[in-house]
Ligand binder design. Structure first.
Ligand code: FES
Length: 94
């Protein structure tokens, strides 16, 4: 095993898990990830903020969920109109 510093300053993990029963983050998570990626690119954040697909983050009833690391900020019940606020938060300290 090897270790290194992460390639990006920040990571946004967007739950895209789907299941047949109960609440989950799909399909909204898929759409949110695409919007976050597109907007991050438009804002010039793409090289510093990585938007990644995640599996279940174990908070399904509060989804769709997005986790910002290493800031350790949890965004829950995210809607499309939250994308800009999430990216503003992700850009802090860059
Ligand atoms: S399905 Fe998204 S947190 Fe569980």
């Amino acid at each position: 095993m090897e270790t290194s510093l992460p390639a990006y300053k920040k990571y946004l993990f967007v739950c895209e898990n789907s299941r047949e029963e109960g609440r989950c983050c799909a399909p909204d998570g898929n759409r949110l990830r695409e919007l976050l990626k597109q907007s991050a690119k438009e804002k010039g954040l793409a090289g510093r903020v990585r938007v990644s697909r995640a599996g279940c983050l174990d908070s399904c009833a509060e989804g769709p969920n997005v986790l910002l690391m290493p800031d350790n900020v949890w965004f829950k019940r995210v809607r499309e109109n939250d994308v800009e606020a999430i990216l503003r938060r992700a850009a802090e300290g860059l």
